[in-house]
Design a binder for this molecule. Structure first.
Ligand code: GDP
Ligand code: GDP
Length: 463
């Protein structure tokens, strides 16, 4: 019934992360909690279809479920290092961590190590003793208390035992309900609820881009010039993931800076890695700073990352780095912006900052631009205003005929922000051709001053 230009990734849902050493059954549990049917309908486009992340409904609560299994391949050598690397980013943003141990194998040193680390992260944890089918693993349950993460819940992911209890326990531990995504029913979308998705806590920003674009240099520059506050572990250095910047509007959390530094150390001959690294970072971010090496112009890989940002509905700022090394600046800027806008319709009007991370010249422009872009991404337009505009648009261009009949488009409302998402109601509205959708989206962008942000248009047929 509903159709949209593109879909949102459930950015506002509570995040539940499954963590634990390899082979305890994280993936099995993930699949159980998501369920085959739900996995198929999960509204997680493109990059997340690899099933490390999916939306799930647990006791009526919609959540983003993240499986840290399989992330291990990407990083360091030692087991402990691998587990940490794969989990720290996900855990830092979790509303709840499901920490799994293997009830049959008993508690291992790796479990203890991981648990100790987890306790220091200060996130809510639910301890799960998996592979406890039948009466297996009773001894482990006792040992597991000693991990200091509360009493373990015995389940068998493979045999489906204890899962109903588990879902209840998860639902009970989630933050209060108002963070749920708005209900899709047409009657509920009539007027946006101003309170439903007010940003809470620091703005979450990711710095992404191809290898050698200058991300690490930029990060160091930002850290050098700003007062830095570190995360819950005292004495954390710049390798911490909880890097906070401050500007006059408040805190900005840099997500995945640990990953950034970690990857910078590995020889990044594999170009594709920076794309997968970017995916992880931008899932966690609200605003994404896409760093380009301006001396090279726009490369295919830059466009690939930009497409991901667009598809995930994130707010984006284009950072033209190495500006010190660019000769004809006006031409370089024009060429880059033209290429981006030509390739990505939703990036029209994208905010652009140019600077030299190396010398620092111009870097101070970045955060103000980020703030402005963030405000646009959060913008709300009243239904009255929207429909006055909508009527004008309909008069200017009649909706097209579909199968010889004119579509009756009735009204529009903004269902949510972050990114701006509009619902259009009308008889057979879901059949509205793409070019008319684009006409409306471009009109929204111009009239309501929404440059550079992805705009979602959902079509709802009414009778
Ligand atoms: P991961 O590495 O933590 O993601 O673990 P997997 O989900 O890949 O599971 C590792 C192994 O444990 C697989 O062979 C699973 O079939 C098995 N396994 C998972 N859950 C259970 C369970 O509840 N009971 C038993 N006996 N085996 C399980
Ligand atoms: P990353 O792989 O994106 O983290 O890139 P790095 O920050 O490691 O930078 C890659 C290379 O570009 C390094 O040699 C930097 O010194 C250089 N670099 C970074 N920023 C600038 C800049 O603003 N101007 C110039 N000329 N070089 C830069």
């Amino acid at each position: 019934m509903a159709k949209s230009l593109s879909t949102s990734a459930g950015n506002d849902l509570p995040v539940v992360v499954i963590a634990g050493r390899p082979n305890v059954g994280k993936s099995t549990l993930f699949n159980r909690l998501v369920g085959r049917r739900q996995a198929l309908v999960a509204d997680t486009p493109g990059v997340t279809r690899d099933r490390k992340e999916a939306q799930a409904t647990l006791r009526g609560r919609r959540v983003r479920l993240i499986d840290t299994a399989g992330l291990e391949e990407a990083a360091a050598e030692s087991l402990a290092g691998r587990m940490r690397a794969s989990s720290e980013l996900a855990v830092a943003h979790a509303d709840l961590v499901l920490f799994c141990v293997d009830a049959r194998a008993g508690i291992t040193p790796a479990d203890e190590h991981f648990a100790a680390w987890l306790r220091r992260q200060g996130r809510p944890v639910l301890l799960i003793a998996n592979k406890a089918e039948g009466r297996g693993g009773a001894a482990t349950a006792l040992e597991a208390y000693a991990l200091g993460l509360g009493s373990p819940l015995a389940v068998s992911a493979e045999h489906g035992e204890g899962l109903a209890d588990l879902m209840g326990e998860i639902a009970d531990r989630l933050p209060p309900k108002e963070e749920d995504a708005p209900a899709p029913a047409a009657s509920d979308a009539a007027e946006p609820d101003e309170e439903d998705e007010r940003p809470q806590g620091p703005l979450r920003m990711a710095i992404v881009g191809r290898p050698n674009a200058g991300k690490s240099t930029l990060l160091n520059r930002l850290l050098g010039e700003e007062r830095m506050i570190t995360g819950p572990e005292p004495g954390l250095t710049r390798d911490s993931i909880s890097v906070l910047l401050h500007d006059e509007h408040g805190p900005i959390q840099l997500v995945d800076t640990a990953g950034l530094r970690r990857r910078a150390r590995i020889d990044e001959a594999l170009e594709k890695m920076s794309v997968s690294a970017s995916i992880e970072a931008l899932k966690m971010a609200e605003i994404v700073v896409l760093v380009l090496d301006a001396t090279l112009g726009v490369q295919e890989q830059d466009l690939q990352i930009a497409r991901l940002i667009e598809r995930e509905g994130r707010c984006c700022v284009l950072a033209l780095n190495k500006w010190d090394a660019v000769d004809d600046r006006a031409a370089a800027r024009q060429a880059i912006v033209d290429r981006i806008e030509a390739s990505l319709a939703q990036m029209r009007g994208i905010p652009v900052v140019s600077f030299s991370a190396l010398t620092g010249a111009g870097v101070q422009k970045l955060l103000p631009v980020v703030r402005r872009a963030y405000a646009i991404w959060n913008k709300r337009i009243s239904t009255g205003e929207l429909n006055r505009w909508f009527e004008m648009m309909l008069e200017r261009h009649n909706p097209p005929l579909v199968n010889g009949r004119r579509l009756k488009l009735r009204y529009m409302t903004q269902a949510k922000a972050r990114p701006p998402t509009f619902v259009l109601f009308g008889t057979r509205a879901e059949q509205l051709p793409e070019d008319y959708q684009r006409y409306l989206v471009n009109g929204l962008r111009e009239t309501f001053d929404l440059p550079g942000t992805p705009i979602r248009l959902q079509l709802r047929g009414t009778r």
